[in-house]
Ligand binder design. Structure first.
Ligand code: NDP
Ligand code: 2IT
Length: 454
């Protein structure tokens, strides 16, 4: 059941991807994201030629703007450090560019182009008025003092501020960018622009942040998994779950899974994996959250504290589970990891991270009939609540926790329904990956076609 294309669609898709590769050398993650989306989109436009006009796909695959800049900052020891910063404003047809900032030494322009490209379709799926963007830097916040992170963020925003704004481009967090960084970035934007406006989301609750934004990606991903299971008459109750990562997305995935009666047996960081056969129960999850959010500690400390098994440099996909939540980074599940998950009985995968599964891994899940919730659908809860934060900022008021959570649940259910509508197959099985690609594409495509050739 892995994606089957007509000969015509295959030829067109291969030709387009060849052009993408030739035009964007050295950006394999961008090529991968483009291929994963475009093979579904081209199959769709072959059947719906009204979307194959005005060079639509060629324009869709080309960022509207890529901004790149030097970020120089001084270390506590007086050393001068130079990083590179970027903002990719990929597609603004549906609204102001919207998407996170990633600070991680592995970041390249290609990484941010893949993330911004995915963000176009994710934001479209939320039903809110947001275009697709992403930014970041190859800066590594690990091991830096708060003062160093502040100076870096101030230098980064000193260049970025002229390109962003509440109605222009609204960044948020991603890997390595959380509440601390958003605070420093906002402060510098306010100083330079003399404006107090919703230029960033994920702000502190005291000065314009939305309730539930911190939790939204993890909670939303669990809601999406629940929707997929409920559709086949099942639930998360008593399911054994494996989560990768132990950052923002992973921590609130674990919290919500506990609330819904599932058992989470693994989490990880870049150092290794903890396997807690007894389950990371709510008390242990709260301890882990404090370790990661406040003490910036390592996951092996969880194993030391609770006597769980620690597997240095391991990955969690060999641990048997019913449901997997990859929530760390891209390409963490390749073909062999996917095969191991399926062999061990995994029935459902909900992607909290962006593009955590390779195309070969997705094919394994599809062929095995696994309920596969792709990132652009399953992790859209984060940016959806960012969209709600923008709405609250514009109105200068705040909704309650219950109101925001209800809206989040309803948005995730709508995304699930859109995937079901566009991902129906000849059997009862839903191809959620295709459904998300097509449902996300149709809305952006209509906007681009009506806005003319720009
Ligand atoms: P955090 O920085 O809070 O946490 C990232 C976690 O993943 C950490 O445990 C980190 O370990 C681990 N990790 C990161 N990179 C690697 C790597 N190369 N190898 C192994 N482990 C790694 O980030 P988030 O939780 O915010 O983001 C996680 C994923 O979710 C990303 O793919 C992001 O794009 C995606 N996402 C995030 C959203 C958000 O709202 N924050 C919204 C939608 C998607 P360590 O600390 O050791 O580096
Ligand atoms: O990948 C993502 O959707 C995010 N990092 C969140 C983006 C946002 O603007 O909230």
């Amino acid at each position: 059941m892995s994606t089957t294309l007509s000969d015509e669609a295959r030829t067109k898709s291969e030709a387009l991807i060849e052009r993408v590769v030739a035009k964007n050398p050295g950006e394999p993650e961008f090529h991968q994201a483009a291929k994963e989306v475009m093979q579904d989109v081209i199959a769709f436009t072959t059947e719906h030629p009204e979307f194959a006009q005005q060079g639509l796909l060629e324009r869709l695959i080309e960022p509207e703007r890529v901004i790149s800049f030097r970020v120089a900052w001084t270390g506590d020891d007086g050393s001068v450090n130079v990083n590179r910063g970027w903002r990719v404003q990929f597609n603004g047809a549906l609204g102001p560019y919207k998407g996170g900032l990633r600070f991680h030494p592995s970041v390249t322009q290609g990484t941010l182009k893949f993330l911004a490209f995915e963000q176009i379709f994710k934001n479209s799926l939320t039903g809110l008025a947001m275009g697709g963007g992403k930014g970041g830097s190859d800066f590594d916040p690990k091991g830096k003092s708060d003062a160093e992170v502040m100076r870096f963020c101030q230098s980064f925003m000193t260049e970025l501020f002229r390109h962003v704004g509440a109605d222009t481009d609204v960044p948020a967090g991603d890997i390595g960018v959380g509440a601390r960084e958003i605070g420093f970035l906002f402060g510098q934007y306010r100083r330079l622009s003399q404006r107090f406006e919703g230029v960033l989301t994920g702000k502190s609750l005291d000065w314009g942040g939305s309730l539930i934004r911190t939790e939204a990606t993890g909670y939303g991903c669990v809601y999406f998994a629940r929707n997929m299971l409920e559709r086949i008459g099942d639930s998360l109750k008593d399911k054994t779950c494996v989560v990768s990562g132990s950052g923002n997305v992973a921590l609130y995935t674990i919290e919500k899974l506990n609330e819904l009666g599932a058992k989470v047996v693994a989490a990880s960081d870049s150092g290794g994996v903890v396997y807690d056969k007894e389950g990371i129960n709510p008390e242990k999850a709260a301890w882990l959250k404090d370790l990661k959010e406040n003490r910036r500690g390592r996951i092996h400390e969880y194993a030391d504290r609770f006597g769980a098994e620690y597997r240095p440099e391991g990955e969690p996909w060999t641990i048997p589970c019913d449901v997997a939540f990859p929530s760390a980074t891209q390409n963490e599940i390749d073909k062999s990891e996917a095969e191991t998950l399926v062999k061990n009985g995994c029935k459902c995968v909900a992607e909290g991270a962006n593009m955590p599964s390779t195309i070969a891994a997705i094919d394994v899940f599809k062929d095995a009939g696994v309920l596969f919730g792709p990132a652009k659908a399953a992790n859209a809860g984060g940016v959806a609540v960012s969209g709600l934060e923008m709405a609250q900022n514009s109105m200068r008021l705040s909704w309650t926790r219950e109101e925001v959570d209800a809206k989040l649940q309803s948005i995730m259910a709508n995304i699930h329904n859109a995937c079901v509508e566009h991902g129906a197959t000849s059997t009862d099985h839903i191809d959620y990956a295709r459904g998300a690609n097509i449902a996300g594409f149709v809305k952006v495509a209509r906007a681009m076609l009506t806005q003319g050739v720009i």
